[in-house]
Design a protein around this ligand. Sequence first.
Ligand SMILES: [Zn+2]
Length: 154
Amino acid sequence: MQAYCLKCRAKREMKNVRSITMKNGRPAIQGVCSVCGTKMYKIGKKIEKKGARAVGAPTKAVSKSWLANVPEDKVFGCHDGRAMKNLEELSAGLQQMSEETFRYHVTSDKNDFSKWIKDVIGDYELSTELQNFSTKDQAAKVVADRSAWLKGGD
Ligand SMILES: [Zn+2]
């Protein structure tokens, strides 16, 4: 798949292609330039190929499992005593927690929320995306958008 690379200022083959949902809720395809490695986007597109589904949009069953409650011993135990057992609770929890609590879990060395999503929920894409956001409002929004998207997933 080709996209315009802003760095090369030319159309380049995109690699590591995957479907993402942008902040405004619209689908897009993200990849990196095969020449210079810069991130590239194709907005308003989804990966249609069947073979790409595993790395792109999850199946309904997978979406459902990511939205489900985690086992009791795997709930996210927040520094402020809050316990969160699914993505929606995490999103609400992020919105409500103090900046101090957020900073306890997210430092330059670690991101407990991202780790929990990767290790317990299993949504690697969201886990990776979350690492790009360093404020709790942004993090809450990313998780909320993702769970809304997973719910309506096609
Ligand atoms: Zn490039």
